[in-house]
Design a protein around this ligand. Structure first.
Ligand code: 5AD
Ligand code: SF4
Length: 471
């Protein structure tokens, strides 16, 4: 069967059943990727996507458990959904409600107890079983599936039909690794996503080739601990993320590669050399450090010091001088003193970040951090977060201002706010507004940065469409 025929078949099947699914995604980019793959699996099962919750036959919440606020949001949405489900039932329409993602994994059957309108709870490892689970849920059973099945979810999730992949634009995510064995004491990920697992080389290459064939120019490799990725080549030689990036950079049409999120302990020499050698590997690195205090880093079980981190950054910058750094920070970890916090500010000054994400410590039940002494008052955390964010924001703006006058390659992604305007991505992941035509989406154009706003840059085209591939 040709690819187009299979697409047609999927579309016809979906139209004949005429069921609609609304998927709401919370949290990280891996959830975004998982939601797309669930959407693909459901399309094959006759569900068409809808953006309108009210008209959906199936509402699926793909949830996040990383901080308390994220987890609680799910229950307030479920409260609203309960009313909608009742209203639909009064009009003779059935609505199935499913909870997926990390809250599903962490809370399981507890969700059914707290939210009686939920029909299905499914953890991140069993999305490939979704069509079967839904059949059971539609039959009236309240289904909870949070086991770690022996089969590999990625191998069993269907690949998206080419037409669907094409709609996803020129930049795509590709999960290469899932789970985490690091057990930072604040973090739920090792419990919700399980042990570290890498997708085999062949599977990753095949998916990247499929994306490239569908017009994707930029691929971001995803993993909770992506630089712990490991595999083997055909002759059984051990490979790391640096090798994987080298292999993927040879795929025709893939102009840009990125990866996220990394742990400092797994930045090996081969990966640093990949930053030096590969033009396709963008000069941007998200490398969370969480704190600049050795005492707190130890209590967090990060297994490196502030000095180790700064030395690592120096090695990475020596390999790729134009690299932009991004990080994650937690303020108010149990026992954090004003002196510990000052050490974090000093580390930020020493590194200089182009971008950063920062959070107040949030107690996660079941993690070792929850049981530590010395939890801080909410006001202390809020006040420290404010000071930290002021510094990070100043650095981010300084980085953006520094870009003015530079000539860079811009990947055109989507239309801008005004007619004749497009939004592209800089190598450093900034959004850049430029005058260009919609037909140029997917092109990499040479531009000169002319201005810097709070969240985006503006630029003039130097020579359009000259470059199709950056290597
Ligand atoms: N409280 C606050 N922030 C957290 N993160 C993870 N767990 C917690 C927590 N319990 C942050 C870390 C991590 C990012 C994804 O979320 O900074 O790198
Ligand atoms: Fe969580 Fe990242 Fe630490 Fe793993 S390395 S436990 S995902 S913060």
């Amino acid at each position: 069967m040709t690819k187009d025929m299979s697409t047609l078949l999927v579309e016809r099947q979906a139209a004949s059943l005429n069921r609609k699914v609304f998927i709401k995604t919370y949290g990280c980019q891996m959830n975004v990727y998982d939601s797309q793959r669930m959407g693909d699996a459901l399309a094959k099962d006759g569900y068409q996507p809808t953006e309108v919750m009210e008209e959906a036959d199936l509402v699926l919440l793909n949830t996040c458990h990383i901080r308390e606020k994220a987890a609680e949001k799910v229950y307030s949405t479920l409260g609203r959904l309960r009313d909608l489900k009742k209203l639909n039932a009064a009009n003779g329409r059935e609505m199935t409600i499913g909870v997926a993602g990390c809250v599903a994994q962490a809370e399981g059957a507890e969700i059914l107890r707290r939210a009686p309108s939920v029909d299905l709870v499914v953890g991140p490892q069993t999305y490939h079983r979704l069509p079967d689970l839904l059949k059971r849920a539609r039959g009236g059973e309240r289904v909870v599936e949070t086991e770690y099945p022996p089969e590999d979810k990625f191998e069993h999730l269907p690949a998206a039909a080419p037409a669907v992949t094409r709609q996803r634009g020129v930049s795509a995510f590709l999960t290469v690794q899932e789970g985490c064995d690091k057990f930072c004491t604040f973090c739920v990920v090792p419990y919700t996503r399980g042990a570290e697992v890498s997708r085999p080389l062949d599977q990753v290459v095949a998916e990247a080739e499929r994306l490239a064939a569908a017009g994707v120019r930029e691929i971001t490799l995803l993993g909770q601990n992506v630089n712990a990725w490991h595999g083997t080549d055909a002759s059984g030689r051990a490979l790391g993320l640096g090798d994987l990036l080298r292999r993927l950079s040879r795929i025709e049409g893939v102009a840009r590669l990125r990866y996220t999120t990394s742990h400092p302990r797994d930045m090996d020499d081969s990966l640093i050399e990949a930053h030096r050698d590969l033009k396709t590997l963008m000069p941007y690195l998200h490398l969370p450090v969480q704190s600049g205090s050795d005492r707190i880093l130890k209590a967090m079980n990060r297994r490196h010091t502030a000095e180790d981190y700064v030395a690592l950054i120096q090695r990475i910058r020596a390999a790729r001088p134009d690299i932009a750094l991004s990080g994650d920070f937690i303020v108010g970890f149990p026992g954090e003193t004003e002196a510990d916090f000052a050490a974090t500010l000093r580390l930020i000054e020493a590194v200089g970040y182009a971008q950063a994400y920062s959070f107040k410590y949030s107690i996660r039940p079941g993690t070792p951090g929850a049981d530590l002494p010395g939890h801080l008052a909410e006001e202390v955390k809020a006040e420290r977060l404010e000071r930290l964010q002021a510094l990070l924001m100043a650095q981010q703006q300084a980085f953006a201002r520094d870009c003015i006058g530079r000539e860079i390659d811009l990947l055109l992604e989507k239309p801008g706010r005004m007619d004749g305007q497009m939004i592209g991505r800089s190598p450093w992941l900034q959004s850049v507004f430029v005058d260009a035509k919609a037909s140029q989406i997917g092109d990499i154009v040479r531009v000169r940065i002319t201005g810097a706003g709070p969240n985006s840059l503006s630029a003039d085209v130097v020579s359009a469409g000259a470059q199709q591939k950056e290597s």
